[in-house]
Design a protein around this ligand. Structure first.
Ligand code: SF4
Length: 506
């Protein structure tokens, strides 16, 4: 990584000069700004990439016909990214009509199973999506970056498409234990929008919106716009609505650690980030806080957009926190190496240069990252970005994403396989976030794991000897076992069955 010291205006005019029509493979790639304005001063350094090999994806958005000629600096604009995100059925269907191949390649079976019978043409694919969109509990929204890293020539097998675009055949499958708030967050909220499940840590829900909506989100009871299937508990990103949350945090001295989340803090304004950071830095008992965002993986342009100061604000808070002996960091969420582009790399490099700690929290997802090769590649890619591969979560039993869950045995096997692949401090912790006060427990700490029925038990000191069950996805069980699990729940009412699955004492 070399440095090129230049004035902003010179830089921006240079980007315009190096237009994509002149350099169609990767326009202006070596002159992208990663330092921006903060408090009226321009930082002088601009990180550069040394060679074309470092940005093999180039203008990766140009494969979308409507963005074929789009200049680099337009794609790097956060406001352009937001304005061109797609969140309507019609909008996504239109885009898919322009990118899907005449014949959709068949799905490679996942453990011998095919999920999408009868989808072989663009019309089949779009029809399946349009039906699924009506049933899905999670709204959908895709950023231009995500739309550009999906491999539309093979959409049935694509690990990014699987996370964001539902199809009808899989949305119909539901585990009887599936609920909308599988972590019982609402029950553990002393004030609306503060989730207090740990003795010294709480989560501050600053907003309900995200740059993308993930099908597997365990917070679908709140996150995203309302769907035909679900009414949401909304948290508007308004400072005046944060007052009761701050009152609780500031009057609870046992709290040392705050996760600012939602929703995604990436969609807060820099002034809001600064306000949140100021309040928490000035609360004596708060020693650490982090901004939770998928931005690095799903809309990385904001990190190197010279007109935007979100990242500068986080960097300034991190530096101020260090001087005060407090940790201010970023927790991100990347699930597959394919989500990472050269823009992500430059954004991560900027954070690394500026000393901001970044940790990644993946969810183990079927067909996305639950093979050894996929997970190893992700861990290595994150390590190269100096992002700690912090957690790999067992997927929560949420409705509408049963096809994406994996059996607990995947987590067990992958943890053992990944161990000799990298340095110890880069090995992720494989965990299941047990509902209620128990918190995250190592996946390998499961007890009484009946692999035939796909049910395991977890306990924790704060459960006082009680156990919580985790149920593997139905697709991973034999037909006999599926019937037994369905009968087990059918013998109880839905409420009892859900409680049996997830509550203390089950
Ligand atoms: S970005 Fe996070 S909060 Fe938003 S939908 Fe995805 S998992 Fe949920």
């Amino acid at each position: 990584m070399a440095f090129n010291f230049a004035h902003r205006q010179t830089l921006r005019s240079t980007i315009r000069r190096v237009s994509p029509t002149v350099y169609p493979n990767c326009a202006a790639r070596s002159l992208l700004p990663v330092s921006k304005q903060w408090n009226g001063k321009w930082a002088a350094g601009y990180a550069t990439v040394a060679s074309e090999q470092e940005v093999p994806q180039g203008r990766y958005w140009a494969k979308i016909p409507r963005w074929e000629e789009l200049p680099v600096d337009t794609f790097l604009s956060h406001s352009w990214q937001m304005a061109n995100s797609i969140h309507t059925v019609r909008g996504l269907s239109d885009l898919m009509r322009s990118v899907l191949p005449e014949t959709i390649p068949p799905q490679q079976p996942l453990r011998g199973k095919l999920e999408y019978p009868g989808v072989s043409t663009p019309e089949d694919f779009i029809r399946s999506f349009e039906v699924a969109a009506k049933k899905a509990p999670m709204a959908f929204r895709l950023s231009p970056h995500v739309l550009s890293v999906i491999n539309w020539t093979d959409p049935l097998n694509d690990p990014v498409r699987r996370q964001f675009v539902p199809l009808d055949s899989v949305i119909n499958v539901a585990h009887p234990a599936g609920i909308f708030d599988p972590l019982h967050e609402v029950d553990n909220s002393p004030v609306r929008g503060v989730i207090h499940r740990y003795s010294n840590k709480a989560l501050f829900m600053a907003t309900s919106i995200c740059p993308v909506y993930c099908r597997f989100c365990f917070r679908s009871y709140s996150v995203g716009t309302e769907t035909e299937a679900v009414k949401k508990m909304r948290f508007l990103p308004l400072m005046k609505q944060w007052a009761p949350k701050f009152e609780y945090i500031e009057s609870t001295p046992s709290l040392h650690d705050i996760v600012i989340s939602g929703g995604d803090t990436y969609l807060l304004e820099p002034e809001q980030i600064a306000y949140l950071g100021d309040r928490l830095l000035n609360t004596p008992h708060i020693k650490r806080f982090r901004f939770a965002t998928k931005g690095l993986g799903v809309s990385p342009s904001r990190l190197i957009d010279p007109k935007d100061s979100w990242i500068d604000t986080v960097i300034e808070l991190s530096k101020r926190g260090r001087k005060m002996g407090k940790e201010v960091c970023v927790h991100t969420h990347i699930n597959n190496k394919q989500e990472i582009s050269w823009i992500t790399r430059q954004g991560a490099q900027r954070l690394y240069e500026e000393g901001v700690i970044v940790r990644n929290q993946s969810v183990l997802l079927n067909g996305v990252n639950n093979t050894f090769d996929q997970l190893r590649d992700l861990v290595h890619a994150l390590s190269e970005l100096h992002i700690e591969p912090y957690y790999v979560y067992q997927g929560d039993i949420v409705r509408g994403a049963e096809d994406l869950r994996t059996p607990l045995s995947d987590s067990h096997e992958l943890e053992l396989q990944i161990r000799d692949q990298t340095a110890g401090f880069l090995i992720p912790r494989f965990v299941y976030d047990v509902p209620g006060p128990a918190g995250k427990r190592p996946s390998l700490s499961a007890q009484n794991y009946d692999r035939r029925l796909g049910v395991a038990e977890f306990t924790a000191p704060r459960l006082n000897g009680d156990y919580v069950k985790y149920w593997d996805p139905l697709w991973s069980l034999s037909e006999d076992a599926q019937e037994e699990v369905q009968s087990y729940f059918a013998e109880r009412s839905n409420d009892q069955a859900s409680a049996q699955m997830a509550s203390v004492g089950a």
